[in-house]
Ligand binder design. Structure first.
Ligand SMILES: [Ca+2]
Ligand SMILES: [Ca+2]
Ligand SMILES: [Ca+2]
Ligand SMILES: [Ca+2]
Length: 637
């Protein structure tokens, strides 16, 4: 909660505007991304039915998402104000229907007595259109107690079943998925306890050996058994006795390397991502921002500059936040950074970055200019409306399927104790939604999209995914001291869409880090499969693309972490496809039992790429194949 900052970082902001140099080879090896269209000069018209009215409805209470967490709103300690908030949309039994995991916080009294169940798991058991969820937490084996924070879903053992890593205060938990939504706590055996006050976490195969690795951000040192005395020790905030974390000692961050045998080693220091300065870590998201085929890492820090770790392709990272222009806000202030997401909102083939912050601090929309990022939030119409509230979960998503990524932001103040103050932002705040006009500006549609028509809550994490498999991206949002909201996307238009479920064979099974490029007659889009992000949350790992008025996809390109590149032509839109590494694309029918049909693409290409294909035309990420001496290793299991 980065309130009351000084302006000491202004000098760095000036540096942050300069191009990325520093003698890195990345610039030289960077591929030329041949965009079909770029945002500059786009009119924003003609891709779709104009100006679709986005509509959401919170269906949580009518579909069985009703379990009340043990929590409270009158939060006084940092453990309470910053605790909790993760949501995951994932498919725990591979039946083709998304299930929901909610990470629970606790209370100080309850934690001292053993804590609360860190996760609530809802399995989707209805069949469309009758969506229904059942709380199966007790039967699922998710029985470890504690004080939960974040959830990162990833298949770390490549058995085809998504596993859960849950962070929290005191200890973290790795739940191995045994099948049928049953889980086993394997934390000790795996060696990923972490401890301290962990916040965001996310999986990625940073060394490309086929096994998912895990990054965990940590926040501050606090001892629940020796908490300070508010009356004696708190400076307070506008007279409210309320613990502020700015002077608290921070904690280091952790990178766990997956050995491929069910155990992990702590490589944080060796890899250069351990955060020795102990900045207060919050959000984590992986993304290959420079398109060199190696996943890079972005970590938001409260009270200070954020980290952009560039993957040097040799097991180490270089922190390049300032030279890349993403370390601080537009006016050079460090700010209280919360969450971040990568997405190519301007469709120029490069991943951009969106960052949420505390109150009185605008969000940043960092446009990837190739060699550095430029914060265009102000010009885009986002800085103004996002300045006011305390912002948490966020993400890019094309909610109206027009082919342009929109942005959702979940808000809410730290404690209901602050509701006694005049002119203070409320504990419960509206959600914000920004519709991408396609011309580098966004329309604030927060008041008309149905996200705030019901009771307002203090929101935290967000997870996006297509809950009812109708091609429209839905959103689940964490509510403090209440069950989550399940926002079904009921937008009506004639736009087309596609969903891809990727399955790695040589690459990690969950295909985390795979990049997909979709080209229609009017546009080219990219995205990557991620496992953890936003604020403490995990989106559906199926990639969703809105396609506007195009009912046919001319070309689908998949670049796998293994280096394999596949290309498919003339694929029908409005369907869910499964793409298994090295195999033909397959259409799946999103109903009970997931009946499968083989699509009959006119042409299917699968090429095992080597160095000799470095000059291969048309796919702008070809340089991954030309990397010598540090090619990805084979998966060991
Ligand atoms: Ca697994
Ligand atoms: Ca990279
Ligand atoms: Ca859109
Ligand atoms: Ca949907």
């Amino acid at each position: 909660m980065g309130r009351e900052h000084t302006g000491v970082l202004i000098v760095f902001a000036i540096l942050g505007c300069s191009p990325y140099r520093a003698g890195l080879t990345v610039q030289d090896s960077r591929p030329t991304v041949q965009s079909v269209d770029t945002a500059r000069g786009q009119t924003g018209k003609a891709d779709s039915a104009p100006n679709t009215h986005m509509v959401f409805r919170d269906i949580a209470s009518e579909v069985g998402v009703t379990s009340m967490p043990n929590s409270r709103t009158d939060r006084r300690y940092v453990l309470e104000t910053t605790g909790g908030g993760g949501i995951a949309l994932f498919d725990c039994d591979n039946d083709g229907k998304l299930d929901i995991a909610v990470v629970n916080d606790s209370t100080i009294e309850q934690y001292r007595n053993g804590g609360d169940l860190m996760v609530t798991l809802y399995r989707q058991d209805g069949n469309a259109p009758a969506i229904h969820f059942t709380d199966i937490t007790k039967a699922s084996g998710l029985t470890t107690r504690g004080w939960g924070m974040a959830i990162a879903v990833g298949d770390y053992d490549n058995d085809g079943l998504p596993d859960l890593y849950v962070t929290g205060y005191g200890h973290n938990v790795l739940y191995h998925n045994l099948g049928k939504c049953k889980f086993e706590d394997v934390t000790t055996k795996a060696g990923v306890q972490a401890g301290g006050f962990s916040t965001g976490a996310a999986w990625a195969d940073y060394d490309r050996d086929g096994n998912l690795d895990l990054f965990v951000a940590r926040y501050v040192k606090t001892d629940v058994n020796h908490l300070p005395d508010p009356a004696r020790d708190f400076r307070g905030y506008r007279g409210v006795l309320f613990e502020l974390p700015d002077r608290m000692e921070g904690e280091t961050d952790i990178l766990f390397r997956n050995r491929g045998d069910g155990t992990f080693e702590d490589v944080s220091k060796k890899a250069g991502v351990n955060n020795p300065g102990k900045r207060h870590g919050m959000g984590v998201v992986w993304g290959d921002y420079d398109g060199d085929g190696w996943p890079d890492l972005y970590v938001t820090n409260d009270y200070g500059p954020t980290f952009m770790y560039h993957n040097r392709q040799n097991g180490t990272f270089e922190e390049v936040g300032f030279p890349m222009g993403t370390a601080v806000g537009p006016d050079g202030r460090g700010y209280g950074n919360m969450a971040a997401d990568f997405g190519d909102f301007d469709r120029d083939g490069k991943l951009d970055l969106f960052v949420t912050r505390a109150d009185d601090q605008p969000a940043s929309l960092y446009r990837n200019e190739g060699d550095y990022f430029t914060d265009i939030a102000r010009e885009a119409g986002i800085a103004g409306p996002t300045k006011v509230p305390v912002k948490w979960g966020t993400g890019f998503g094309d909610f109206d399927n027009d082919g342009w990524l929109d942005i959702l932001v979940a808000n809410g103040n730290f404690s209901s104790l602050l509701d006694t103050l005049p002119k203070e932002y409320r504990f419960a705040e509206p959600i914000q939604l920004f519709r991408n006009r396609g011309n580098l500006t966004f329309e604030n549609v927060s008041d008309t999209a149905g996200l705030n028509t019901g009771r307002l809550y203090s929101r935290r994490g967000t997870a996006f995914g297509d809950i009812n498999n109708d091609g429209k991206l839905d959103a689940v949002v964490f509510n403090a001291d209440a069950p989550p909201s399940v926002f079904l996307n009921e937008t009506t238009n004639s736009n087309h869409w596609v969903l891809f479920r990727l399955i790695g064979t040589k690459s990690n099974r969950g295909a985390i880090g795979a990049r997909v490029r979709v080209t229609t007659s009017k546009m080219t889009q990219i995205d990557e499969v991620r496992a953890g992000g936003s604020y403490n949350s995990t989106n559906d790992t199926r990639l969703h693309f809105g396609l506007g008025s195009d009912a046919t996809i001319n070309k689908i390109e998949v670049l796998w972490p293994s280096g394999l590149r596949q290309e498919f032509r003339e694929i029908q839109a409005d369907a869910i496809y499964e793409i298994k590494e090295g195999e033909p694309i397959r259409k799946t029918t999103p109903v009970s039992g997931m009946k499968e049909n083989w699509a009959s693409p006119e042409r299917v290409e699968a090429q095992r790429c080597g160095r000799d294909q470095a000059s291969q035309p048309s796919f702008g990420l070809g340089s991954i194949f030309s990397v010598s001496g540090n090619a990805p290793r084979k998966r060991s299991n």
